[in-house]
Design a protein around this ligand. Sequence first.
Ligand SMILES: [Zn+2]
Length: 160
Amino acid sequence: MAPSGTSFDPADPPRTSGPVVDYTLARRSVLSALRRGTLATTDVCDAHPELLRAGRNIGEERDGRCPVCSHESLRTVSYVYGEDLKRNNGRVVYPPEWLDELARDHDQFTCYVVEVCIDCSWNHLIRAYTAGRLFSGGAVVGRRGSTNGGRRQPGHSEQG
Ligand SMILES: [Zn+2]
């Protein structure tokens, strides 16, 4: 059996085992298998056409070089999945702010961040995490100054 989980299929994402799953180690072991010759480049450079297209068009540039072709052509693409998302299930996150909107409007969904090389088609999951109302206060929320979150005045104690 070939090691699984080397390439990311937007139509069939792997199951996650917790609220946040880091795939750094898995990625590293795929790369070392590649160096050992256990895996061929064709095994790991097989990005799904959809993923590749998303990487090209809307992917965020990623620092560093591609571990396979050494070009500076790495992008990251995020996908969201969840029954609760209905028609947005399996969609690419774009623009990035859309993720905040989804997190406000839905209880729970999973976000997958995938690295893809738009040159050689190398691809691997970076991480997966659960987001949504039930998980607010977690990874994503970027809040800029609370609008009305319990009126607390600095330097003034309520009871003395
Ligand atoms: Zn590459």
